[in-house]
Ligand binder design. Structure first.
Ligand code: B12
Ligand code: SF4
Length: 495
């Protein structure tokens, strides 16, 4: 079968800092290709809708699968499903991915016949079986499959995450993938899942609080296949078990692999195991993202982050000592007033770290989707991108965005303003000479992307597809009721 897999367009507000390869789609592509299909992958973060329609005409796919990791991409994907149905009525059309898994029935309804099925959970094992079953009634009884006729049983979990290494050869114009100055940059996955259970996050509910590691040899082999000099490690929490980080590192050393790395981890993991991060700094680790989330104990407790403010600050000290450039995230609550924003601005200017601000957003699949008692102020999927307020703001909405944009501008200037740029000038010039301009273009885009008028106006966009709102707020739901995958063994966070 000719199968086209499509990643939707980037979300405006994340595009400035990074654009990364669709690793999940590449892994699904590898599994589908292994089953003997002719597969193509199109990334609309880089290509446009015209390119997509041209691909429909020239490749004539018999099946098209869209990646729906992000809720904000739902309207675009539904529109593309409808247009694809008109242009190629016989084509089998499906979606898969993180966010789509939590709202499968709703997507089928919106699709109004243009979307044949939604794949819930991991795509590697089920997608080849799905393609085999096209045209057969048994399709809707397959694990993780949701169609207009009903839903199959719990999704299949990949037994061994080393199976189906990403088909990176299928992504085109790879020089467009970058994160900050790591330009160009590829992605790699060493582990899957997360043992913690933060109330605002759906990473743990998607994987049923499981945590899987591949073998160090296979991880290093995958890095060795990467042609780019820089690598983004997509694991939710890198090096939860330090021994595994050391083992992968030793395999990289044995193969004489030299790259620069970016990873994300938790503050307590860094404080507990600084040695493994020190070791990776010697291997090329340059940038680290720490989910600090809040400056005060009360908010950390509310997020069920299971760390204290002093552990967070200690982590920053450890990272500085190791010599890493650190980015941290703070969650801005719509309830914030001017003073709360000012506190964050003040703090952010006193620390050397790069500080990002995201807006607290209840996503389907998170605990707060069920417990948040404030009513959503919008049911527009596109605003669920952690850059918009979807809950009532204490300040008038425009004032809230003024404070948000002002804070973001201060933080942006701190790291990418003229003074800071002097430090990166020679690196930027080097990239330009090699024809890598993603990072340089990013520096100029800030004010065109972040501006108050535009953010307020986003709330008045006409809505074609309305989100299904959460049921009335309940007490904390049972964890199992939130899960997409039900794992044989739930992982406890290391003590
Ligand atoms: C890397 C990453 C990114 C990259 C995106 C890379 C890319 N182009 O896809 C970057 C850094 C750009 C990013 C940005 C954001 N991200 Co992000 N991201 C991740 C992260 C850490 C890993 C994704 C990944 O590669 N996983 C490894 C691969 C193998 O897994 P996968 O993508 O899930 O794919 C599997 C299945 O989902 C499924 N599948 C996926 N696509 C398809 C398609 C088909 C057809 C099928 C059948 C199956 C299928 O099969 C795959 C293999 O099993 C996840 C957390 C997580 N653990 O998944 C968060 C996560 C997906 N991101 C999240 C969020 C909120 C965001 C942002 C909105 C905000 C932010 N600050 O992070 C932005 C906006 C994104 C945008 N559209 O521009 C949330 C999603 C919440 C939600 N419910 O929408 C997550 C879950 C993080 C979290 N802890 O909450 N992200
Ligand atoms: S530690 Fe990170 S990935 Fe894990 S549940 Fe919390 S926020 Fe999500």
């Amino acid at each position: 079968m000719r199968v086209l897999l499509v990643h939707p367009s980037p979300l405006m507000y994340s595009e400035i800092y990074l654009r990364l390869e669709p690793l999940g789609l590449e892994r699904v592509a590898a599994a589908v290709r292994d089953a003997g299909h002719d597969v193509r992958l199109l990334d609309l973060q880089i290509f446009n809708h015209r390119d997509y329609f041209r691909e429909l005409e020239t490749f004539k796919p018999q099946a098209v699968g869209f990646g729906l990791n992000y809720l904000a991409n739902v309207p675009e994907v539904l529109d593309l499903c409808r247009r694809t149905r008109e242009l190629r009525p016989e084509c089998f059309i499906f979606t898969g991915g993180h966010s789509g898994s939590f709202i499968a029935a709703e997507l089928i309804e919106h699709g109004a016949g243009a979307l044949d099925c939604v794949v819930r959970g991991e795509g590697e094992l089920i997608t080849p079986k799905l393609l085999e079953a096209v045209g057969d009634k048994k399709l809707s009884t397959l694990p993780g499959i949701v169609t207009a006729d009903g839903a199959g049983p719990t999704p299949l979990m990949l037994d061994d995450i080393d199976r189906f290494p990403p088909a990176r050869d299928l992504t085109r114009r790879r020089h467009k993938y970058f994160i900050g100055i790591l330009d160009p940059c590829a992605s790699v996955e060493f582990t899957r899942g997360c043992p913690w259970d933060c109330s605002f996050c759906s990473a743990w509910t998607f994987y049923g609080r499981s945590y899987r590691q591949g073998s160090p040899e296979k991880a290093a082999e995958d890095v060795a296949r990467i042609r780019e000099p820089n690598v983004f490690i997509v694991d939710d929490v890198a090096f939860v078990h330090p021994e595994s980080g050391f083992a992968i590192g030793r395999e990289l050393e044995r193969r004489n692999i030299h790259k620069q790395y970016y990873l994300e981890t938790r503050c307590d993991v860094l404080v507990r195991n600084p040695e493994v991060f020190e070791y990776w700094q010697r291997l090329g680790l340059r940038y680290m993202f720490l989910g600090v989330e809040a400056l005060d104990a009360e908010a950390l407790k509310l997020h069920r982050k299971r760390v204290t403010p002093s552990e967070n600050l200690k982590a920053l000290e450890v990272a500085r000592r190791i010599g890493l450039t650190v980015a941290v995230n703070i969650i801005a609550d719509p309830d914030w007033d001017e003073q709360r924003f000012a506190i964050v601005r003040e703090w952010a200017l006193t620390v050397p770290e790069i500080v990002h601000l995201t807006v607290a957003t209840p996503y389907p699949g998170t605990e707060i989707w069920h417990t948040e008692s404030r009513r959503l102020t919008t049911l527009d999927y596109r605003l669920f991108d952690v850059q918009h307020a979807v809950l009532p703001t204490r300040l008038p909405l425009a004032r809230f965005y003024e404070e948000l944009v002002k804070t973001q501008a201060v933080l942006h200037r701190k790291h990418l303003g003229v003074a800071a740029l002097r430090k990166t000038a020679s690196a930027a010039a080097g990239l330009a000479l090699r024809g890598q301009t993603n990072f340089i273009k990013m520096l100029w885009r800030f004010s065109s992307v972040y501006n108050v008028k535009r953010q307020v106006a986003d709330h008045s966009m006409p809505i074609t597809y309305t989100m299904r709102p959460p049921a009335a707020p309940t007490a904390k739901p049972r964890a199992r009721d939130l899960y997409i995958h039900v794992a044989a063994k739930a992982e406890a966070p290391p003590a």
